[in-house]
Design a binder for this molecule. Structure first.
Ligand code: ZN
Ligand code: ZN
Length: 72
């Protein structure tokens, strides 16, 4: 059962600059850097429920893209 209450606590996160947006705002790309936002862990699929989280609370993998040194 996935109701609207679930979505109220879900966020999208920019894997590039860590900007975030509430799921209900329906932003799909980062307004700061244009990167496609993620709404769940790439590894285990757990939804992102904390706007400032940078690691999955379920499996501990990082939400951020691999730091390759390309900040631009
Ligand atoms: Zn960004
Ligand atoms: Zn995970």
């Amino acid at each position: 059962m996935v109701g609207e209450n679930e979505q109220e606590k879900q966020y999208r996160l920019c894997p590039s600059c860590a900007n975030f947006s509430h799921v209900l705002e329906r932003h799909f790309f980062c307004i700061l850097c244009g990167t496609k936002l993620i709404d769940s862990c790439a590894k285990c699929g757990t939804p992102i429920t904390h706007p400032h989280g940078k690691f999955c609370h379920h499996c501990g993998s990082s939400y951020m893209a691999d730091q390759v040194g390309t900040n631009r």
